[in-house]
Design a protein around this ligand. Structure first.
Ligand SMILES: Nc1ncnc2c1ncn2[C@@H]1O[C@H](COP(=O)(O)OP(=O)(O)OP(=O)(O)O)[C@@H](O)[C@H]1O
Length: 212
């Protein structure tokens, strides 16, 4: 089985992915932030590094989804299905040019076509981690990555809000596989009881899908 988690920056996908993987006894795929050489450059100068960062992520995500679908026993912390959101928002912000967006979208389409030719051509379930905007800001602050901090940076806060709004629409439109939403505001994964409830919701959804 292949499960992908999705959701806004800082919502808690990594914790959720880890939890699901342990519960289902599957392997979790992460893209460790500390190993990404472009990310700090991007936050310091989004116009210079916006396109490069998106190509960096796209390349990683393509390799990851191909491996996950052929292993058929994985949970992915964010996947190729939502990456274009970041590219489109950076294009709207003027960090990525029209020509760059065009190249990106064509490349993404090529990759998606290739994925669909695989024996297993899509994930079994997409789990969307949701929380309101204030909770997201609180978690970004609490996590404390220097370059993500927005207190003296109104543009960055605004970017987060636009990404958060784009994610709400993205979830509503997503149809690449079965999907479900987990309320990570109501259920804080630091709490054991909340973890149990969330995992039960996922088990229930998987059972429901088995009977379809
Ligand atoms: N295409 C992209 N995909 C993912 N992250 C991106 C992308 N473009 C920029 N970023 C940035 O990369 C960082 C990703 O960090 P990380 O992998 O911890 O994900 P996160 O969404 O913050 O995680 P979590 O939900 O686990 O808190 C964020 O700062 C995010 O803004």
């Amino acid at each position: 089985m292949v499960i992908i988690t999705a959701g806004m920056i800082g919502v808690g996908k990594t914790t959720l992915t880890d939890l699901i993987a342990k519960h289902l006894n599957t392997q979790a795929f992460f893209e460790p932030v500390g190993e990404n050489p472009v990310l700090p450059l991007y936050y310091a100068d989004p116009k210079q590094y916006g396109f490069l960062l998106q190509i960096y992520f796209l390349n990683k995500r393509f390799a990851m989804i191909k491996k996950a679908l052929s292993d058929d026993n994985n949970v992915l912390d964010r996947s190729i299905y939502e990456d274009a959101l970041f590219t489109q928002e950076n294009h709207r912000e003027g960090n990525i040019s029209d020509a760059e967006l065009n190249v990106y979208m064509t490349l993404l389409k090529n990759m998606m076509d290739e994925i669909q030719t695989m024996k297993k051509g899509r994930p079994d379930l997409m789990v969307f981690a949701d929380a309101d905007f204030d909770t997201i800001l609180y978690r970004i602050k609490k996590r404390g990555r220097d370059y993500e901090q927005f207190e003296d940076n109104a543009d960055l806060r605004q970017y987060y809000f636009k990404m958060w709004s784009a994610y709400q629409k993205w979830y509503a439109d997503y149809d690449a596989s079965p999907k479900m939403k987990i309320d990570l505001q109501k259920y804080d994964l630091e709490n054991k009881d909340s973890q149990k409830i969330v995992l039960q919701q996922i088990d229930d959804r998987l059972k429901e899908l088995e009977t379809v």
